[in-house]
Design a protein. Structure first.
Length: 151
């Protein structure tokens, strides 16, 4: 007997974005792929687990991941790259969405992250003044990157 929780995690590990999962469905389950054209990731995973849940599906996942390696990050679009855990031990609602910004980088992504965080600070300054103060102090450490000429 195959454990659905383990299979769900294997699906998430193998298919980090909807496009990759859709490619898998097109190859092994074309009718399901047609049904899910344009839908989000979780409904596809749920449908796959509901209708095609068996050991053959696991073999298909392994075969697909071996023959179709993950593309580089800049070609992947939006996908689950990080697992988030709260430091206070509280649970995270699986429906919640998070986007990680690495603002200490010296490249265009770091610069874009700093711009996004500054906008965030402007929007929440009244409700979260201490957070904004500390975040802006931290952002100042990295603004040197933005003033350097690019090569």
């Amino acid at each position: 007997m195959v454990d659905r929780v383990i299979v769900r995690q294997k699906i998430r590990d193998a298919f980090s974005n909807p496009q990759r999962l859709r490619s898998f469905l097109l190859r092994y389950y074309p009718a399901m792929a047609q049904q899910h054209s344009g839908t989000l990731y979780d409904p596809m995973v749920n449908d796959l687990l509901t209708h095609e849940f068996n050991e053959q599906m696991l073999l298909n996942i392994v075969a697909f991941t071996q023959t179709c390696p993950e593309p580089p990050d800049n070609e992947r679009g939006l996908y689950q790259k990080y697992n988030i855990v709260r430091t206070d031990g509280k649970s995270i609602d699986p429906k919640d969405r998070y986007f990680i910004l690495q603002y200490n980088r010296s490249d265009a992504q770091g610069s874009a992250a700093r711009i996004a965080l500054e906008l965030y600070c402007n929007l929440v300054a009244e409700t979260h003044p201490l957070l904004v103060e500390e975040l802006r102090a931290d952002l100042k450490l990295y603004t040197l990157y933005d003033s350097q000429p690019t090569s």
